[in-house]
Structures are given as C-alpha cells and as structure tokens.
Design a protein around this ligand. Structure first.
Ligand SMILES: Nc1ncnc2c1ncn2[C@@H]1O[C@H](COP(=O)(O)OP(=O)(O)OP(=O)(O)O)[C@@H](O)[C@H]1O
Length: 881
C-alpha cells in the first residue's frame, strides 16, 4: 500500500452504519466498548466491516493507530454469536455451545493485553477468552469445552491448528484473526504463520472459517489476495495526525510530500549541553514541559541506559519541577519495584525513575519491566529510552517518538520497523498530536559516505515492503531457480517446507502425493516462486525427512499403494511442536540417556532440555572453582553427561579449544544456573555469581537474560514432556513436567499452589509458606498484620537485622530501602502484604466465577470463604457470604 493511496471506500451504496449499536452485538458488549470510549466507528471501519460481513476472508491495511483491531473484533464476535447453537441462545450460555475463534498476535505482551481486553468486553456474555503465550499456559488452546476465544502468539496458534486437525475438530473453528499479517515475511516467525494458514486453507472446513488479516506495514497485496482468496481494504486514515521530522546538527527538517524535496528545513533547536550532541534535551524538554510523554529509541541496551542517564541529569533544569503528587507517585513506583525484587532492584534505574525517566530493554527483569511500563502508562515516567523491540511488542503510546539514530539493533532501521516505531506517537485517546524525529549523522544534504541524509530520506519515503513467503530461501526465489543445489545446503534450504510436510503427514491430513500437491497449492510460496522450484524443494524435503527416519513411505497391509507416514520419531518430534532440528536432537539425546537420567533433583533433566543458551566459558579458572564447589551428586550428573575435569585442566593451562567439549561445559554451566533458579536462589545472587563479563559470557549476563533462560527452559521442558509422552517414555514425562512447572514458578514443588498467583515472587511465596500460609485460599483469609509478619522473612536477613557483618551490596541496598527492621514500619513489606491480599482475594473470586460459569457449583463452593468470613481490603470492601 502506498501512503498516498486513497481510502478504498464504496463509492455508493447504503449509508455506513457508524453506530456500534447497529452491528447486532448484545447490549452488554456494546456497553463495554462504550466504557472504553468506542461508541461510533470511524467511517473506514464501518466500510471495512461491510466487506467481511458475508464471511468472506478479509485483509485490510491502515496506518498504526488507525483503529484496526475494532473491525476484526466485531467480525469475530458476530461470527461467534452467529455460530452459537440457537436453542441455548437465551438460556445460560455454556462454553461447549460456542464455536471457537483464534486471535493471533505476534508478541507475548500484546497477547496478554488483548486477552484482558476481551475478558473485559465479554464479562457478562458467558463467552470465555484466554491468552496463550510462552510458558504461561501448559495446555493447548481450544480444548473441547475450553475458552471460545483463544488469543495467542503465532507459534501457539500453529500448535492449536495442528491439534484441531489431528482430532478432526477444525470444523469447530469459525474465525481466525491475524494481527500484523505482514509477519508472514519475517524470516524467523513467518513460516509458522504461513504453516498455520496453509493448514486451514487445505482443510475441508476452509470455507466455513473466516480469515481476517490486518497490517499497517505491508505491500504486495496481490499475492496475498490470491493466496487467501480474500477481499482487500486499504485506508490511510489516522485519527491523530503524525508529523515526521529529521534532525541534522540541530536543524529540524519536516518530511515533505512524496514527489517533492525529501526534507524541508523547519527550525533550529536551541543549543544543548556539550554531552548532548544529538540535541535530545531540547526535543525532550519541549514535550515534558507540556506534560507530554516521549519515547527515545536507542541502538543498544547500553545506549538506552546512557541516554536515560543523560536526560535525567539535564532535564530538571529545563522543565518545571514535578508536582508533589507526581513525586509521590514516582517514589511509590520505585519502592514498589524494589519490593517486587525483594530489595534488590537496579539502583540506577530507581534513581532515574524518581526523576521521571527510565530505560526499557530485555536486560531488565520482568518485575522491573512491569514497573517501568506501569509508571510510563500512568504518566509518572515521562521519558522512556528503549530498544526497538519495544515498538512492536508493547502498546505504549507517546506524544513524541525520537529515533536516536538510523541504526537500531543490529543494522539500519527498515521501513516497516521505522513505521512501527513512529506509530507509537499520537495514539487515539492518549495524545492530541503525534510527532516523530529521527536523528541524522553529518550535515544536511551531505553526499553518501559523509553522513546519512540520503539513507534517512529513503527510510522516510520508501514504499512499504512487499509481503514475501519465507518457506524457501529468498535468493532461490529471486533467481527463479529450478533446483536448490545439492547435499546438506539443499536440505537446510527446505527446513520450513520439511516442517509443513511433517506436520501435515503426522496430523493425518496428508499421505499421498496428490494430497501433498493440494497442500502446496494452499501455501503463499506457490503464488510467489516458480512451480519447478517448489516441486524440487518438496522432493528434497521428503527425501531428507525419510532419510533421517522421521517419515516412511510404504504400503502397509490394506493399502493400495504406498503412503507417507510419520515414524514413531517423526510423531514424537511433531508432538513436541519444536523446530524439527531441535526436536530430533532432543529425541536422540533423551533416547540415549533414557536409562541413566539422574532423578534425585532437576539438574540432569534441565541439562537435557537446555536446547539453546547464551553461555560460553571465557574464564576456565572460574569454571574450575565453581565446578569443584558442586555437590557430589551434581558432579555425578556432570560425569554422566560427559563433563570431565581433565578438559577443564587442559583449557586452564592454555590447551587447545575443542568446540564440542567447550560447548558441553557451557551447557552444563547453564544448566547449573537454571537449576539454582529452580531451587529459589534469588536472580540477583545468581547474576552476581555467574553474570560477570568475560567469565561465562563475553558481555556478561543480566538478571533479565537469566530470567529469559528460565522461561525458555519452562517451554522446552513442556515440549519435551509432549515428546516423551508421544514416544512412550513414560518415566520421563512427569519429571519434565515438573521441570516446566518449577521453571514457570521459579520455585520448588511445595510452593506451586501459592505460585498460581502471578503477583507472588518465589521468595515471597517461600516466606509465606514458612509461616504456614500454603495456598491462595489460606492467604486470602490471613489478617494483613500476619501476612506482614510472614513477609518480613522475605527481605534479606541482613537488611532486617542491620547486622554489621552484612555484605557490601546488601548494606547499600538496605540504606536505599531505609528498612528499620521493625515490624510495621517497613513500607515495602506493608505495601506488598496489602497487594498480595488483594490479589489473593481477586484470584479466588475469579476462580469462583470460573467454576460458576462452568456450572460446577461444588467447585464454586470450595473456593468461597467459610460462612461468616468477611474479606476486607482498603481499596474496596468485598464481602462474600
Ligand atoms: N471508532 C473508534 N472510536 C474511538 N476510539 C477508537 C475507535 N477505534 C479505535 N479506537 C481506539 O484507538 C486506539 C488505537 O486502536 P488500535 O489499537 O485498534 O489501532 P491499530 O490500528 O491496531 O494500531 P497498531 O497497528 O499500532 O496496533 C485504541 O485505543 C482504540 O480503543
């Protein structure tokens, strides 16, 4: 879509239905939208909706913040309502009587947000919604009798569709919505999306499943419309206008209309501090001075931090001081974050938060990130310096967005990344105007090589990238090649196609060559690459899968001709939902280690499922001393997986690297770290011990990275348990599920009941458990003073007692916290106790409501408090009798 294309609205026809109430949704749902400020449609929304009303597939493109979601939501809800069984329409709605819908989003954070949105909108309709992402949920979306709407990531959607096909239940799906459908072009994640859509198009139920796709940044719609057989709708409407600028040596230029001079000079920024060569301070101060929010995108984590420090240092002298109320809110935010981190939040980040500035990147822990996001949304943090991943992953609006350089992450920003980033500016309902600034290098109009004037002009004016299938390598498609080369190179080039074939054959939907041909006709690559290339690739892919023992091609008794079938290994790998190469590796390693997996604790299973990690041993003497301090059991595990002291000695004395052995040691070190986290060693302590630069990684490992590794292990262990179940290795399955559950909770098994509450950290749960509070029900019924007393133990001992022997880090942390050790005088403890009590009560209410909705009054009675118990919170009084 070119930005100058006109909105495609029907030229004539009946007037558009702009009022939300005219779209046939139950009153409670329109009311819920009205409460969110949505009563009337934008004209383009009403026009686009008309295009999808008859159930045709629909793809529409609108700029970021154009209001795309509403169209898809209404189409999906209407379809769900229409497919509901008529006789139950006016009775109590039960889950089993709804058809299913999938709402697919690319990022975990937006999945959680959208699931909460639907839960809110549908609260009185009886139609249930659930978010599925990462490790938050062990189940598969859309189980019989489960939620009607599953909001999920691309990968989870693909798993759900495989399951529906395998169980012959795809007919229960009535609609799939794909946000950011241009992700099909993403080299890493695009194939999973293409696979999911292909399997729907290939199914006999395809005509009854409406596919709705939306995007802000996509071109090449012809191939897409052929692939999906869909209607297309385009608009360039933005409710809040966005003005785009570039800054070269303090001069601001405005983006000119296409066809004109690329950038027009607008104004000169005032002089800034010598340290601020990019003129960030005046750009930030202009907005913060008017109580607006600014987002600054930086190239790296390090730059995010230094940029935030610089702004926090310089800004106070250029804007009016924050009101007492704002100052108080910042104070509470910083304290809350410290509380959530058990007293060990990042001190520099805390200091900046108090000045209304913060940074946000993957190095932060989940708790730190959550506090930064909440503070920014609430307006107590006014300036957020972030890496580009934030742009697409989190729905944080800003009045002004600044790209500190053309370079973002590993390379120059692409057109679609640029649009995602600047699309955060001026979102409806948050800001009256939207502005973006990109900071250029060198003088204005400098020739290439002396600055990036031309590169910036290109990013601002380039057409949108064309949607491109990633099932086969781009260079082969571009060359219109008829072959993919030979040997392992050709096999690797067909990795995504192999996955499609394995999935379709293992889930039973494809077995003969004509089936395979029909399946391929449902792919996007069929519309974009020469048929001879696709055919050659299929041949290579099938040959490779067969040769590696994942597929067989033969006739069994009763078969007229040979058929493709998944072997036991192929079935197990498919069941795991892992990428094939990882699934194969896991299968082989588990099979080899079946007899001697050490079950005494989780180190050995963690090692087995640790498929990828950022560890690399740089300092072998540190590894040697760590290794020697391992328990005898852990050293036995080390020897069982082939870790030897001899190799450590060789490497310590400068001996030659052996890549395979070095990698084994690094993997074992990573497993030790994850095992420690699963045994409740606090993340800050683990990061201190293992995270220093040049020891177990070149650049060092942050708490955020360790947390991510733990989350990855949770996912891999769950996938590995599916694999072992399918392979019939039943002794391993429960062990791997335990790894997954403990990795999700970061806690030992006895705490898992309490850890159902996402608000609790493992350390807090341990403290409550020690005080005899072992589950959410018990917590909800405990008086606040007792919860405070129990939680006191959660803060580090040295901080509570004020002992002179405390370690340096704890001493400075204690000073920052201002903890006196007296019960009740500790603000962090008091605040946490209050929050946890509210959360426990809300958790129980939600469980009671869920049980009630499912018609199981026994379950509901189980979670209600005993007669006479009266729950009271300061925020609101909730009484249940
Ligand atoms: N008709 C409407 N009236 C009022 N507000 C609306 C309307 N439609 C959408 N909005 C609001 O506009 C904001 C942006 O909408 P939405 O998130 O759907 O945009 P989007 O096009 O999906 O943007 P992005 O691509 O950045 O996610 C939301 O807060 C939404 O509630």
């Amino acid at each position: 879509m070119s930005e100058d294309e006109l909105t495609c609205m029907p030229a004539k026809g009946p007037p558009l239905r702009l009022c939300l109430a005219d779209w046939g949704l139950p009153f409670a749902i329109t009311q819920a939208y009205a409460e969110k400020g949505v009563k009337e449609m934008y004209p383009w929304q009403a026009a686009a909706l008309e295009g999808g009303l008859d159930g045709s597939n629909l793809v529409y493109c609108a700029p970021t913040s154009g209001g795309k979601s509403l169209v898809a939501e209404i189409l999906m809800l209407r379809r769900l309502l229409a497919t509901q069984k008529p006789h139950t329409r006016f009775k109590r709605w039960k889950m089993q009587e709804w058809k299913f819908a999938l709402f697919v989003l690319p990022y975990i954070s937006v999945v959680a947000e959208k699931a909460a949105h639907f839960t809110d909108v549908l609260r009185s309709s009886g139609c249930k919604c659930k978010g599925f992402y990462g490790n938050s949920e062990n189940g598969t979306p859309l189980q019989p009798g489960g939620e009607a709407i599953a909001v999920c990531t691309i990968e989870k959607a693909n798993v759900a569709i495989n399951r529906l096909v395998q169980e012959d239940r795809l007919g229960e799906l009535c609609c799939i919505v794909i946000d950011e459908v241009h992700m099909t072009s993403d080299p890493q994640r695009g194939p999973a999306l293409e696979l999911a859509i292909t399997k729907i198009l290939h199914s006999k139920h395809a005509a009854a499943i409406q596919i709705v796709g939306m995007s802000a940044t996509m071109g090449g719609l012809d191939a897409l419309s052929k692939w999906l057989n869909c209607r297309l709708f385009l608009t360039n409407f933005r409710p809040v206008s966005l003005t785009e600028h570039a800054v070269f040596q303090g001069t601001v230029f405005t983006k000119a209309k296409a066809g004109q001079l690329c950038l027009e000079p607008q104004r000169q920024l005032p002089e800034s501090d010598a340290r601020d060569r990019d003129f960030l301070l005046p750009l930030v101060a202009e907005v913060v001075g008017e109580a607006g929010s600014v987002m600054v995108f930086c190239a790296s984590r390090k730059q995010c931090q230094s940029c935030a420090e610089l702004i926090a240092d310089l800004l106070p002298a250029h804007v009016p001081p924050a009101s007492e109320e704002v100052q108080q809110a910042r104070e509470e935010l910083a304290e809350g974050m410290r509380g959530a981190m058990g007293g060990f939040a990042d001190a520099a980040l805390e200091r900046l938060m108090r000045a209304g500035v913060a940074w946000h990147h993957a190095g932060l822990t989940l708790e730190e990130r959550a506090h930064v996001e909440a503070g920014y949304r609430a307006g107590s943090i006014r300036v957020l310096c972030a890496t580009s991943t934030l742009a697409a992953g989190i729905n944080l609006p800003a009045r002004r967005v600044i790209l500190r350089s053309l370079w973002q992450g590993p390379g120059p920003v692409s057109r679609s990344q640029y649009l995602q980033m600047v699309g955060r500016a001026g979102r409806a309902g948050y800001a009256e105007v939207g502005e973006s600034y990109i900071v250029g290098q060198g003088p204005a109009e400098a020739p290439r090589g002396l600055g990036n004037w031309h590169a910036i002009c290109e990013v601002l004016h380039e057409p949108l990238p064309v949607l491109q299938s990633r099932l086969l390598p781009q260079d082969a498609v571009d060359r219109s090649a008829a072959v993919l080369g030979t040997g392992s190179g050709a096999e690797a080039a067909t990795a995504h196609l192999q996955r499609l074939l394995l999935e379709a054959i293992a889930n039973g939907s494809t077995s003969g060559h004509s089936d395979i041909e029909r399946l391929l006709c449902c792919t996007l690559i069929r519309h974009q690459a020469p048929a001879s290339l696709v055919d050659a690739a299929v041949k290579v892919a099938l040959g490779s899968l067969r040769q590696r023992g994942l597929l067989s091609f033969r006739a069994l008794p009763g078969d007229e001709k040979p058929r493709w079938r998944a072997t036991p290994m192929g079935t197990a790998v498919h069941s795991s939902s892992l990428p094939i190469h990882l699934g194969e590796r896991l299968y082989e390693e588990l099979e080899a280690g079946l007899q001697n997996v050490a079950m005494d604790d989780l180190l050995h299973p963690v090692y087995l499922v640790l498929l990828e990690h950022p560890f690399e041993i740089h300092d072998w003497s540190t590894w040697s001393s760590t290794f020697h301090s391992l328990s005898a059991h852990h050293r036995r595990v080390a020897s069982a997986v082939g870790i030897t002291r001899e190799h450590i000695l060789v490497r310590m004395s400068g001996g030659r690297a052996d890549e395979a052995k070095d990698k084994q040691h690094a993997r074992f070190a990573a497993a030790c770290v994850v095992n420690a986290l699963l045994c409740e060693v606090p993340a800050w302590q683990v990061a201190e011990e293992w995270g220093k630069a040049d020891t177990f990684s070149k650049a060092g490992l942050s708490r955020g990275q360790l947390q991510k590794l733990q989350a990855d292990v949770a996912g891999w262990a769950a996938m590995a348990s599916q694999l072992t179940a399918a392979a019939g290795w039943l002794n391993l399955e429960p062990l791997l599920m335990r790894v997954s559950q403990q990795a999700i909770a970061g806690a030992c098994p006895e705490l898992l009941d309490l850890m159902q509450m996402p608000e609790l950290t493992a350390a807090q749960a341990r403290a409550l458990y020690r005080a005899g509070i072992t589950n959410p029900e018990a917590l909800a019924a405990t008086p606040q003073v007792d919860v405070e007393r129990a939680l006191c133990a959660w803060l580090p001992h040295t901080m509570r007692t004020g002992s002179a022997a405390r370690p340096k880090d704890a001493r400075s942390a204690a000073a920052r916290v201002g903890i006196t050790g007296q019960l009740g005088s500790n603000a962090v403890v008091r605040r946490s106790a209050k929050l946890l009590l509210t959360a426990a009560r809300e958790h129980l209410l939600a469980s009671a409501q869920a049980a009630w909705h499912e018609g199981d009054s026994k379950d509901a009675a189980d979670v209600l408090p005993p007669e006479g118990v009266h729950w009271v919170t300061d925020a609101k009084e909730m009484s249940m009798h």
